[in-house]
Design a binder for this molecule. Structure first.
Ligand code: ZN
Ligand code: ZN
Length: 338
């Protein structure tokens, strides 16, 4: 039977309609309330239908621009009873947060034991003699012989504690939930997945609220929506200008470097940081450049550097003004060598 039919819903029903219908039917069919021998089976089918419909809804990408609204469409404006929200951290790399997209989150949880359908008991294939009363059905109590409580006076057992769950009727589960993250989520933001909370037998589940954490990155810092990084660069390149490759989450981007002093500099590209989201403009890309002089010159480089130094010395006041000023002040007594 189709999940919509099972819940008495028309195709395209909203999350709210799905929850309301499941709530109503779950009350009717819960095995604790309904003596029908098929109640448990039907209840499970309802829950499966409910979960699959909700999962189908939440797999639609969240609307970036919609304001966060806290389930304000319930009947009579009152919050309908439902399970508690489940809150969990979700740590993302800077790249994953930058791009957003589909992610599978494994939720640690509990469900009814599959081996015993939650009863905690295993029906024995062969009846077994009761070890407490040794098959007599009676035990010695304070008031003399009394019916054995372990076997209800029968002297034999037809069931035992489920070996899978040791009688608890529960088992640990890892529940995968597929979430769609919008591009550009920041540390501290939340994603709410309607109906993604822990399943409960009586109430429709609450929401799953994922608290976004950005993992530290070896290259990037995220400041507001700005993407900041440090880059060493040749001091000669800073003097000559040219092109400079910058690695971004989306691939390498080449920035234009204007000729200028060989000192630390910052390049800023508006809008090239974290993408725009929820009415906030895209951040900037900020690259701090740290000049480095060439090290360990070989012969070819040394001869070029000597020529360069000679050129600079020939016009100190233009190329090395600080040196020119210092020498003019402190080397006045120097004999003129020229
Ligand atoms: Zn079990
Ligand atoms: Zn017994």
């Amino acid at each position: 039977m189709d999940a919509h039919e099972l819940l008495g819903l028309a195709p395209g029903a909203s999350a709210h309609e799905i929850k309301r219908s499941f709530r109503r039917l779950a009350m009717l069919w819960h095995p604790d309330r309904n003596a029908d021998p098929h109640a448990l089976e039907h209840f499970k089918a309802l829950r499966a239908a409910y979960e699959s419909l909700l999962a189908g809804l939440t797999s639609a990408p969240p609307d970036d621009e919609a304001p966060d609204e806290a389930d304000g469409d319930d009947e009579a404006g009152a919050a309908a009873p439902r399970g508690a929200d489940r809150r969990q951290d979700l740590t993302l790399t800077v790249e994953a947060a930058y791009f957003g997209g589909e992610r599978t989150v494994e939720l640690d949880g509990e469900d009814e034991c599959g081996a015993c359908a939650g009863s905690g008991e295993e029906i024995l294939r062969h009846t077994r003699l009761c070890a407490i009363c040794h098959g007599t059905g009676r035990t010695h109590g304070r008031h003399g012989l009394a019916p054995c409580r372990h076997c209800a006076g029968r002297g034999y057992l037809t069931k035992q504690a489920c070996p899978s769950c040791h009688g608890s009727g529960r088992q640990r589960t890892l529940r995968p939930v597929i979430v769609h993250l919008p591009a550009g989520m920041l540390d501290g933001e939340e994603v709410r997945i309607a109906g993604g909370g822990d399943p409960s037998p009586e109430l429709p589940p609450g929401d799953l609220v994922l608290h976004i954490r950005l993992a530290p990155h070896d290259l990037y810092r995220v400041e507001g929506r700005n993407l900041v990084l440090e880059r060493p660069v040749s001091a000669l390149r800073l003097l000559t200008g040219g092109e400079l490759a910058i690695p971004l989450p989306g691939g390498t981007r080449t920035l234009r470097l204007e000729p200028g002093p060989a000192t630390a500099r910052t390049l800023r590209v508006a809008g090239a940081g974290f993408p725009a989201r929820k009415g906030q403009a895209a951040g900037d890309l900020i690259v701090h450049l740290h000049p480095r002089l060439p090290e360990a010159p070989d012969d070819a480089m040394r001869s070029l550097l000597e020529r360069l130094d000679a050129l600079a010395a020939a016009n100190h006041s233009r190329h090395l003004p600080d040196v020119a000023l210092w020498e003019a002040r402190w080397l006045r007594d120097q004999p003129d060598e020229s």
